[in-house]
Ligand binder design. Structure first.
Ligand SMILES: *Cc1c(COP(=O)(O)O)cnc(C)c1O
Length: 538
């Protein structure tokens, strides 16, 4: 049993016993296994009684319902099915979720309370604007605060995720270049950028060229300067970058790009590290997305949807996508669509509006706007500043408590921002970052981001976020250190981990190519559904 320096109670040895007899049900004590909906449902079962509709042939896609064989369950069966599945889920409400670059932060319950108020929850995008003034006011106010926090000129509220926001920003850049009759072909992307950056540039039709990172994990400014020229539309740079480091040369980079006639896209997904302390507008940035589901605490991943407003410089604002909101002097908030855009152009952009088009059918993710605005207002300016301070403090605490044991390639170049990066240097032969991650699952922790960014060998990128307590961090660090020691000491058993998870180590290739989704537990009628013991046969 590993020592627990922070003194929290270890699991009892009985729970760690891998030789425990298998159960006939597949259940492990009160952790229940669950068969697939298609195995437990039946097309004649339903949660509600529906009146006999008389003489019609029910058809779905041209087929009678019983031939489609959609699984039906009773109401209690449905509740149990999804509750059982939810117990096998890991989420931010269960424990530390240290995924680097993802900013899996706590979702305050106040956000949910506000978003569920009927006036917010029940609005419809096609309601007449007179009836949704409150909702439009919220979008407008959130837009205002995003502009203030970033020191930018305008904001496009409609993009529905970070990557969608990147596309919006790059399309604004393309529209600006085309408007001046200077379409360019190349977008430069530093090695330390997030993978979505080159993907976005390529999707928008640009040729992507790489700019190397220097030994300190930052953009090589001289290499960037050397590549700039009349064919370069702009750069896409992540700051703080994916090594968890701030790019101190950002202003110099922006100036050089502007001088060469290009634009600067900054990936702002890591804004959690600098909110309230740095204004991207002061760094010469032209476009930057903000992930409301990261920095501004709206639910992330399966709990989404996401939302990725894009703040824009004066040079790009007039190319922003429609629709957007604008308030007139009488206090009325308008929703600006194509037909009436002309009337508002001078008021908002100080020049002819030249929108590149639309990103979405309606106005963006209203439910997320409500939550993000609630978060901002409940924290206030000082609270948001504290968020970035605490996030950075927590990441540095992990960095400094791990660096004696685990290689931290950039630790010498000073503090990190909101995430700490480690490499697999020093692991015993044959033991990998993946093995370590699986070992962490056995310890009850969702693993950190692995093998990303590519500039660090066997990378482990750890982002604790600001709401983790010192105790919580200590427990995580104890577990992390224990598994690192096993990896460095060549503990072969790590290669079979996880042992205590509902599913053991998968053959990841087989699981992707030939997924075996059926369960090994016999169906109640005794027939076997057994297409293999485990997902992917692993
Ligand atoms: C999360 C993330 C993205 C993509 O954002 P989505 O909302 O997932 O589309 C882009 N860049 C960085 C640095 C990120 O962390």
């Amino acid at each position: 049993m590993a020592e627990n320096p922070s003194g929290w109670a270890p699991k009892s040895p009985a729970n760690m016993d891998n030789d425990a007899p298998e159960t006939v049900t597949g259940n492990k004590a009160l952790m229940l296994e669950e068969r697939l909906l298609f195995e437990i449902g039946h097309h004649l079962k339903s949660g509600v009684d529906i009146d006999d509709v008389g003489d019609v042939t029910p058809r779905i896609g041209g087929l009678a319902r019983d031939r489609v064989d959609l699984p039906g369950l009773t109401e209690p069966e449905t509740v149990r099915h999804y509750t059982r599945l939810s117990r096998q889920n890991y989420g931010i409400d269960l424990g530390v979720f240290p995924l680097g670059s993802c900013t899996m932060k706590h979702n305050p319950r106040l956000n949910e309370k506000i978003a569920r108020l009927p006036g917010f929850a029940d609005v419809h995008p096609l309601q007449p604007v007179e009836t949704v003034q409150g909702a439009l006011e919220c979008i407008n106010e959130l837009a205002h605060w995003l502009i203030i926090l970033t020191g930018m000129h305008g904001v496009a509220m409609t993009p529905k995720a970070g990557a969608h926001g990147e596309l919006c920003g790059i399309l604004c850049i393309r529209a600006a270049l085309e408007a001046r009759g200077d379409p360019r072909e190349v977008v430069l992307v530093p090695e330390s950028a997030h993978g979505t950056n080159p993907a976005t540039a390529a999707f928008a039709g640009y040729r992507v060229e790489n700019i190397p990172a220097n030994a300190a994990g930052r953009v090589d400014l001289e290499a960037l300067r050397a590549r700039l020229g009349p064919d370069v539309a702009g750069v896409m740079i992540t700051n703080p970058n994916t090594c968890g480091l701030f790019e101190p040369d950002m202003k110099k980079i922006s100036d050089a790009v502007h001088e060469a006639g290009g634009y600067v896209y900054c990936d702002g997904a890591n804004f959690n590290a600098i909110v309230g302390r740095v204004r991207p507008g002061d760094l010469g940035i032209d476009a930057m997305h903000l992930n409301l589901h990261k920095t501004f605490s709206t639910p992330h991943g399966g709990g989404g949807p996401g939302s990725g407003p894009v703040v824009l410089s004066e040079a790009l604002s007039r190319f922003a996508p429609l629709p957007y909101t604008a308030r007139t002097e009488d206090g009325f908030v308008h929703l600006i669509e194509e037909e009436d855009a002309e009337a508002f152009e001078t008021q908002h952009f100080g020049g002819p509006l030249d929108s590149f088009g639309r990103m979405t059918a309606f106005h963006g993710q209203m439910g997320m706007f409500t939550r993000a605005l609630t978060y901002m207002k409940s924290h206030g300016a000082d609270g948001l500043k504290q968020v970035s301070e605490d996030a950075v403090l927590n990441a540095n605490y992990i960095l400094r408590r791990m660096e004696d044991l685990l290689d931290a390639p950039f630790a010498h170049s000073g503090p990190c921002m909101h995430e700490a990066i480690f490499s697999d240097k020093g692991f015993a032969d044959g033991i990998s970052t993946l093995d370590l991650a699986k070992g962490l699952i056995d310890e009850g922790y969702h693993p950190m981001t692995m093998y990303f960014p590519l500039v660090v060998h066997g990378a482990m990128l750890v982002e604790p976020t600001e709401t983790e307590s010192r105790d919580g961090l200590d427990q995580f660090i104890d577990a992390f250190r224990h598994v690192v020691e096993r990896a460095k000491g060549g503990d072969e058993s790590l290669k079979g981990a996880p042992y205590h998870a509902p599913r053991a180590r998968l053959d990841e290739t087989m699981a992707a190519r030939k997924p075996v989704l059926a369960h090994k537990t016999p169906a109640p009628d005794g027939s076997s559904t057994g297409l293999g013991a485990r997902y992917g046969g692993g």
